[in-house]
Design a binder for this molecule. Structure first.
Ligand code: SAH
Ligand code: SF4
Length: 404
């Protein structure tokens, strides 16, 4: 049984980029191309365009890649095994961008939520969930979501746009910066797993998610095994096949209902790809075995999908699929049209599924106090921004000058 880790505050680095770094354009909007998020080929292409001494491009890509993704360097000046001329050329032509941290909130259970702002001012949230035996980063793939699952807060936010590979990888970079986890540790990592369960539908941003996962899995950089990456989808059937073939990560399905009429209501994309088609795509997902199962997510909604008949049907539907079932107590958000099932009901539902031979852990809600739990993310926020806090601090300083 994994437990929350409330000591996370002790881990946080105290040298995050300051507001001035963002204001000066060092981070954020900058006309120079951003290296984070480029594939090795794109990086080779970019580096070949600058005047950079006698070393071969392959060698240079190797070196820069190592600095970016193994050492976590944020300044070209610190890339000490590159010639001064190369460092200067890099500085002139590129940036090692990071998203701006607008807010950082820490839950009483140790969960950390970052609201990040990208170069064009768009924002998305990323959540770090520490447990005793692992630390999971819940990553967003889009700003908002085009799908309108009726129980999901993100679904009420209009999609603004897909995130780029650099912005997806950037979420990991920020977490590693803040957890002081550079260079990439060989063992004892605080960040061990990635789940694409933040804002957005990752299979509607397939190419960028694929590129980002390739960078994260690269063994000479962040080096996170694909077995430790889980992509969650509401069920975009045609892209599930490509996900298995081309990205090769673990799959999680937002199932939430066992009858088409109910799923049509909860997860409207079901009208396009119904349960039969969805489960057929699961059955053919490559590489499944008892050691590598599909996770079926099932949000427990009072009186909607939580009866014993539903549990029975669930077991029938999943027959033959190596599966585990994650029962998620519904996380409320302002104006939500549902209630969470009673605890006894969730336990009885879980026990039924469990007796049928499926692992069916009830997911402990994490970070509810900071609206960081599943389905609570929404970036349009009235929280105070770092710039406002700084402005306030400055005006207070002016009003109450420190006496000498
Ligand atoms: N769009 C993808 C991934 C993001 S959602 C997907 O739908 O799978 C991550 C998980 O949180 C999904 O299983 C989603 O259905 C679930 N979720 C959404 N809103 C929720 C809520 N209010 N309470 C509990 N889980 C929720
Ligand atoms: Fe989008 Fe997933 Fe939320 Fe549905 S549950 S609205 S697909 S983020």
């Amino acid at each position: 049984m994994t437990k929350p880790n409330p000591n996370v505050k002790d881990w946080l680095a105290d040298d995050a980029p300051s507001f001035d770094d963002f204001a000066s354009g060092k981070v954020g909007a900058d006309p120079r191309p951003q290296l984070i998020g480029m594939s090795r080929d794109e990086l080779a292409d970019a580096l070949s365009k600058i005047e950079a001494g006698p070393k071969s491009i392959k060698m240079r890509v190797q070196q820069v890649w190592h600095w970016l993704y193994h050492q976590g360097a944020t300044e070209f000046a610190n890339m000490t095994n590159l010639s001064k001329a190369l460092r200067a050329a890099l500085e002139e032509n590129f940036i090692v961008g990071r998203p701006e941290i607008v807010t950082e909130e820490i839950s009483e259970d140790g969960t950390i939520k970052w609201l990040l702002r990208f170069g064009d001012g768009q924002e998305a949230e990323t959540v770090y969930i520490p447990e005793t035996d692992r630390g999971t980063l819940c990553v967003s793939s889009q700003v908002g979501c085009t799908l309108n699952c009726t129980f999901c807060h993100t679904g009420t936010q209009k999609l603004v746009r897909n995130l780029t590979p650099g912005e997806i990888v950037g979420q990991m970079m920020i977490a590693r910066d803040r957890l002081a986890e550079w260079p990439t540790p060989v063992s004892g990592r605080k960040l061990t797993n990635i789940v694409l369960m933040g804002m957005g539908e990752p299979l509607y941003n397939f190419d960028h998610v694929k590129a980002a996962m390739k960078i994260m899995a690269d063994e000479e950089g962040i080096s996170l095994s694909r077995r430790r990456i889980t992509l969650s989808t509401s069920g975009i059937v045609p892209m599930m096949d490509r996900c298995g073939d081309e990205i090769g990560v673990n799959l999680a399905i937002s199932l939430h209902a066992v009858r088409d009429d109910i799923r049509d209501r909860l997860v409207p994309i079901n009208k396009k790809y119904n349960l039969d088609e969805l489960l057929a795509a699961c059955r053919r997902y490559p590489g499944l075995s008892n050691a590598r199962r599909i996770t079926f997510e099932y949000v427990m909604l009072k009186g909607v999908n939580d009866s014993n008949a539903d549990a029975k049907k669930l077991v029938q539907l999943l027959k033959g699929i190596p599966a585990k079932i994650n029962l998620i107590p519904f996380n409320p958000w302002p104006g939500a049209p549902y209630e969470c099932s009673d605890w006894d009901r969730i336990e009885e539902f879980g026990a039924y599924v469990n007796r049928a031979g499926y692992a069916s852990p009830i997911r402990t809600p994490r970070g509810r106090d900071i609206m960081a739990a599943c389905g609570q993310l929404k970036s349009e926020s009235l929280k105070k921004r770092k710039s406002e806090v700084l402005a306030e601090m400055r005006s207070k300083e002016l009003q109450n000058p420190v006496s000498e």
